[in-house]
Design a protein around this ligand. Structure first.
Ligand code: HEC
Ligand code: HEC
Length: 474
């Protein structure tokens, strides 16, 4: 029953009772004016034991039966109300979780809607600045339970850009905040159907990445060479920038002259700044200003004064950056050159290349498409944990499935851990459980996701055959 109806009924009953007593009171007060109540004549014994008693008893029965009906009704309503409360608290928790998601910038890496993104990161092995892929988390409940998700939130993921968020892991959030965050993650999960619809696109982009890896590493080599040049040239640029900052500042603050276009810069200053900007532009790679003393906006839409202020602040920030480079020159140069060597070696070895034909013949009776799909699935769904550096871009120096956060799987190791294929299928479907053994000597850490809700069994089978078919490395 609706609780407001119940309250209305109670209120009506109370008002009725009050009215009844008031009416008796008025009647009595009119009658007992001269005679005190104890001397007044009351009902006869006969009447008291029959009519009057009957009436009192009927009222009692009526009230008792009303209560018998009302109490269970109230009780039923109460349960509903409590469910409404729970729902209300859930909603509040989701809203708080959403605030945490924004406040702590999860969306900067995982996307505002949790569909995945990227983070800048200096990869530990190579010292190269990379763009590290951050996985989608609007589907994370399809591969982990909430305790496993909590673990990743508390401790983050070492050797990756994912920071620790829980107090135990050295992060800022307490248990209640983590609860809210997890409620929010649960709330924004996509439907399983949508998740399954992503499979083809995920496989295709993983395969495309293999094709593009050489190009990608080449362009990273170009960037690395530019970085080394920038470090080398910094000591010559720094004094030029320092002088430019003081020259331009002094010119802006000059106190007298003629200002034809009344833009806040004297004519002579506009001419001098233009000329000066031309003299330093080559050494610093900065722009040349062409200020017209007759024109308030030498570049239409921007006031000359604001152009010059912008120019000055550019010079000031490059002064700071160059200062840092000069200060740590040896260290930066070391890192950048070893990063370059790493990339060059990667380009030479091309360890990301897979021989589909060979896989097809060895494992799929010559079925090339199956081999391609199996590698696509592995790279799209497994490589980020089982091939070191995969999330950093090209898996520069490591062969496919050579191990990362998760154990190495190549060289037919899967056959050693799982004697029977069906045990391996079962493991990939369910994932690992914290503290629970698997295979011959595996100890689950709850870190291996379950793929039963993410990939059809046919695809799981393909990737398992691929891993089981891998030959021991020479
Ligand atoms: C600086 C970037 C960054 C920020 C900020 C960040 N993450 Fe992550 N997160 C990552 C990366 C990268 C990974 C995957 C690490 C790897 O490659 O193993 C990850 C992994 C995860 C995972 C495990 C998913 C899986 O399937 O492996 C969860 C869950 C997660 N993040 C949630 C969050 C939440 C919630 C926040 C905000 C409180 C957050 N992350 C903030 C970069 C970030
Ligand atoms: C988020 C990281 C992650 C992803 C993604 C992942 N794994 Fe794992 N995997 C692990 C970890 C970690 C272990 C070790 C068990 C543990 O710590 O829970 C593991 C264990 C395994 C093992 C047992 C290896 C052994 O020798 O003990 C196999 C086989 C395996 N994973 C296959 C796969 C396959 C196939 C995929 C893709 C469909 C995959 N994994 C995706 C992290 C991952």
């Amino acid at each position: 029953m609706n609780s407001s109806l119940f309250i209305t009924l109670i209120a009506l009953a109370i008002i009725g009772a009050l009215a009844y007593f008031a009416a008796i009171g008025f009647r009595g007060s009119g009658r007992t004016k001269d005679v005190p109540p104890n001397l007044d004549k009351y009902h006869s014994d006969d009447e008291l034991e029959t009519n009057h008693l009957d009436r009192t008893l009927s009222v009692a029965v009526l009230v008792a039966s009303l209560l018998t009906v009302m109490i269970p009704l109230y009780y039923l309503g109460e349960q509903n109300r409590q469910e409404e409360f729970v729902e209300y608290f859930d909603e509040v928790s989701v809203v708080r979780g959403e605030n945490l998601y924004e406040e702590f910038g999860c969306g900067n890496c995982h996307g505002v809607d949790g569909s995945g993104g990227a983070a800048s990161y200096v990869e530990k092995r190579s010292g190269v600045s990379v763009t590290w892929a951050a996985p989608a988390i609007n589907n994370v409940f399809y591969r982990y339970d909430s305790e496993e998700i909590r673990y990743w939130l508390i401790y983050g993921r070492a050797n990756s850009p994912m920071p620790a968020w829980g107090l135990e892991g050295g992060g800022p959030m307490n248990d209640g905040q983590l609860d809210d965050l997890i409620d929010y993650l649960r709330y924004f999960q996509i439907s399983q159907q949508e998740e399954l619809q992503n499979i083809e696109a995920n496989i295709n982009s993983a395969l495309l990445r293999i094709d593009n890896s050489s190009l990608q590493v080449e362009s990273e080599i170009v960037r690395q060479v530019e970085l080394i040049d920038a470090i080398n040239i910094a000591p010559t640029q720094l004094p030029i920038v320092e002088e430019a900052v003081s020259v331009i500042s002094a010119l802006i603050e000059k106190e007298n002259g003629i200002d034809s276009d009344e833009d806040g810069l004297f004519d002579s200053v506009e001419i001098e700044i233009s000329a000066y900007s031309a003299t330093i532009s080559e050494a610093l790679g900065t722009q040349v200003l062409n200020l017209n003393p007759e024109e308030e906006e030498s570049i239409p839409g921007r006031k000359d004064l604001s152009i010059v202020r912008g120019y000055l602040s550019q010079l000031q920030s490059s002064e700071i950056n160059l200062g840092i480079l000069v200060e740590g020159k040896e260290k930066f140069l070391d890192e950048a050159t070893s990063g370059l060597a790493f990339l060059e070696e990667a380009l030479e070895n091309e360890l990301w290349v897979v021989d589909f034909q060979e896989i097809a013949e060895r494992t799929y009776e010559g079925d090339y498409d199956k081999a391609v799909r199996a590698v696509g699935i592995f790279n799209a769904y497994c490589a980020r944990c089982h091939t070191a550096g995969y999330s950093a871009g090209a898996a520069y120096t490591k062969k496919i499935a050579s191990g990362g956060l998760g154990p190495a799987l190549r060289s037919g190791r899967a056959n050693i851990q799982f004697k029977a294929r069906e045990d391996m299928v079962d493991f990939i479907i369910k994932g690992s459980e914290n503290g629970k053994g698997y295979g011959v000597n595996g100890v689950g850490g709850g870190k291996m996701p379950g793929f039963g809700a993410v990939l059809p069994e046919s695809d799981i089978g393909l990737v398992i055959d691929y891993l089981r078919g891998m030959m021991p490395d020479a």
